[in-house]
Design a binder for this molecule. Structure first.
Ligand code: SAM
Length: 278
C-alpha cells in the first residue's frame, strides 16, 4: 500500500551548516515530514502517496550556486524508515538535569524528563539554539511566572518552562504542523497549563508576560522584538535565539532602543542565545 512506502532522499551538502537547516525548512514546506541530520548532510523522508516527480521544484536552495548540494532518492518500506530514524535520534541531556527524548527511548531518573515525538528535526534539543534556550530556562526563576514561547516548534521550551513551575504559558507558532505537533507533545507530557495557538506576534494584543522566549531567526526577531517588548511586564525577561554571533550587535541595538538590557549570552558553534531584562 502507498502509505507504507516512503521516499528517502539522501542530500550531501556543503557547507553542512547553514545549508542543512535551510534545506530542512524548505523540504518541510513542500511536504517532507521527517529528517535525520548526518555529518555530510540530511536524510529526508516523504510518504510515497504525498510525493510527485517534481517535488523538489519549489526548493529554491537547490538552485543556489553558493552551495554544493547533491542527492540520491530511493523508495523504502516504512519499517526501514522507522529503524533508520530511531537509530539516529539519540536522547539529549542538558546540564545533566534535563533530558529530551523520544517515546521509544528508555525512561531515566532525571529531574526534567521531556518526551518529544521527533517528526521533524527542529525542537528536539539537537539544534544548538534549542539546547542553549533550554539551558537559559534551567537558570531562570519560573515559579508562578507567565510565559510566552513564540515560535514554539515542537513545544519543547514551553514544556520545560511548565515543568520548572511557570503558572501559565502561551505557545505560538505560525506553522500549522508545529501548532499540531506542540499540542500533541504538550499532551504527551501531561501538561495542562500551556495554551497552544497558531499565528504570530499579531496575536499578542495587550497580553503581558513575565518571560518571553523566542527562538526564531534574525529577521523575524528584528521585526517583532518591539511587539514582544510591548507584551513584557516590567522587570521581565526576554530570551532570544536563532541567529549567529555576527548578528548579536543588531539584536542588542534593537533591544537597547526599547529599554532592554543584555544580561547574559550563550554561544555554541557560532549560534547565540541572549537574555535581556526590562
Ligand atoms: C528555530 S524554530 C524553534 C523551535 C523551538 N522553539 C525550539 O527552540 O526548538 C523556529 C520556529 O518559529 C516558527 N516561526 C517562524 N516565523 C514565525 C513567526 N513570525 N511567528 C511565530 N512563529 C514563527 C517556525 O515555524 C518554527 O517552528
Amino acid at each position: 500500500m502507498a502509505e507504507n512506502i516512503y521516499m528517502e532522499y539522501q542530500f550531501i551538502v556543503e557547507p553542512v551548516q547553514p545549508v542543512s537547516d535551510i534545506l530542512i525548512a524548505e523540504l518541510g514546506e513542500v511536504g517532507f515530514e521527517s529528517f535525520v541530520e548526518e555529518e555530510t548532510g540530511v536524510l529526508a523522508y516523504i510518504q510515497k502517496g504525498d510525493w510527485h516527480e517534481d517535488i523538489l521544484e519549489g526548493v529554491s536552495i537547490l538552485e543556489n550556486t553558493d552551495f554544493k548540494i547533491s542527492y540520491e532518492a530511493k523508495e523504502i518500506e516504512q519499517e526501514n524508515w522507522n529503524a533508520t530514524w530511531e537509530q539516529n535520534f539519540q536522547p539529549i541531556l542538558v546540564n545533566d538535569v534535563c533530558m529530551v527524548r523520544a517515546p521509544f527511548h528508555e525512561k531515566k531518573e532525571i529531574e526534567y524528563d521531556i518526551i518529544i515525538e521527533p517528526k521533524m528535526s527542529f525542537g528536539t534539543g539537537h539544534h544548538e539554539t534549542t539546547h542553549m534556550m533550554l539551558q537559559h530556562i534551567l537558570h531562570l526563576d519560573l515559579e508562578g511566572k507567565t510565559v510566552l514561547d513564540m515560535g514554539c516548534g515542537t513545544g519543547v521550551l514551553a514544556i520545560l518552562a511548565s515543568k520548572r513551575g511557570a503558572k501559565k504559558i502561551d505557545a505560538i507558532d505560525i506553522d500549522n504542523w508545529c501548532y499540531l505537533n506542540s499540542l500533541e507533545n504538550v499532551e504527551r507530557n501531561g501538561i495542562h497549563n500551556i495554551s497552544v495557538l497558531e499565528g504570530d506576534a499579531s496575536l499578542l494584543d495587550g497580553n503581558k508576560y513575565d518571560i518571553i522566549i523566542a527562538n526564531i531567526n534574525r529577521n523575524i526577531l528584528l521585526k517583532d522584538i518591539p511587539k514582544y517588548k510591548h507584551s513584557l511586564s516590567e522587570g521581565g525577561v526576554l530570551l532570544v535565539s536563532g541567529f549567529y554571533r555576527k548578528d548579536l550587535p543588531l539584536i542588542s541595538e534593537k533591544c537597547h532602543e526599547l529599554g532592554l538590557r543584555i544580561e547574559k549570552n550563550i554561544e555554541k558553534n557560532n549560534w547565540v542565545a541572549a537574555k535581556y531584562v526590562f
